[in-house]
Design a protein around this ligand. Sequence first.
Ligand code: FES
Length: 154
Amino acid sequence: MFNDTVLKEIDDIRARYPERRSALLPSLYIAQKEFGHLSSEALLCVAKTLNLPEADVRGAASFYSMYRHKPLGRHLIQLCTNVSCMLLGSEKLADFISEKFRVEPGGTSADGRFSFVIMECIGACGTAPAMLVDTDFYDNLSEEGIVEILEKYK
Ligand code: FES
């Protein structure tokens, strides 16, 4: 079950909405932060805390790509390879990240430092290529820039 701090955080969110269902997505995010990913236990905790059917909670969690269903590394690299980013070299950057940081797309490095996923457009097409590291946004990427950026994430 959630600890008191997490329960209060979810209660505060629930209080903002007339329907408890409206607090589902932010509550899933809190659970993900707390558990590291949305395990069955985490989903059950959210369902119980919001008094919602577990199937509804599972359905929402499986629909949105920002929710993680397996353990990740300490930091999550999300690189866009959609059209603008691809035209400006993001596929080469994906290969560079895989080789330099020893993490394949969809995988986690052996040291647990990074998980790496390829993602769809993040709305930075004008300053492509772009990526997120955890919740931090970076654009105008180059190989040198990526090394400098990822150095900050231990
Ligand atoms: S195509 Fe990469 S940010 Fe839009």
